[in-house]
Design a binder for this molecule. Sequence first.
Ligand code: SAM
Length: 222
Amino acid sequence: MNEDTYTAVDAFVLSTLFADPDESLEAALADSDAAGLPQIQVTAPQARLLEILCRAVDARRILEFGTLGGYSTIAMARALPADGLLTTLEFDPDHAEVAWANIERAGLADMVDLRVGAALETLTLLASEGAGNFDFVFIDADKINTPAYFAWAVDRTRPGGLIFADNVVRGGGIVDPDGDDASAAQRTFHEYLAEESRVTATTIQTVGAKGYDGFTLAVVGE
Ligand SMILES: C[S@@+](CC[C@H](N)C(=O)[O-])C[C@H]1O[C@@H](n2cnc3c(N)ncnc32)[C@H](O)[C@@H]1O
């Protein structure tokens, strides 16, 4: 089995479970590409997993770290009820501009609060505004700060809520003692999770069209 096989299986899944056109997500991708954004968004199957998880917890409040062109934002926001809110944090104003146009076109602007700036700074502001009671948190920004984002979010996620951190395996970098800082941060993240008694967490390795990686999913204790 090799990467060609993973890619072929992804293509098969797309041709079966994703045969119906998804205009909002496809347009978001096309416009993100046209604007020159990096193609580092989740895949369509991963976006659907996020949507399914948001629906499973009846999410009304969602927090996202890392908007890029709004692809995952759209997938999650459409799981919200009409009075729901997704707060998404993006450092790069050019990414945010593209994302906002995509979110508006998807008809989700009323449900999305897009904050531009370094997430760690934005979190201070959100805390002062009393943000919290999140049902679902998606961590997908600068990977070195995944542990800090999780630690902030776990204090503000309701019992039974989920926290999903993407790209934690990093092609196996998580177990490479000579790996880069982002990989070392994922080891720190797991060491922290092992001591965090408020959550039950697991990490799942993934393969697919975007290579070998994985995610951590945690549920906050009741
Ligand atoms: C992997 S992309 C997000 C992809 C998006 N979640 C999706 O799947 O469609 C990571 C994004 O995080 C942003 N980012 C990087 N550092 C950040 C920071 N310190 N605060 C907020 N966003 C940051 C990047 O500009 C980039 O747009």
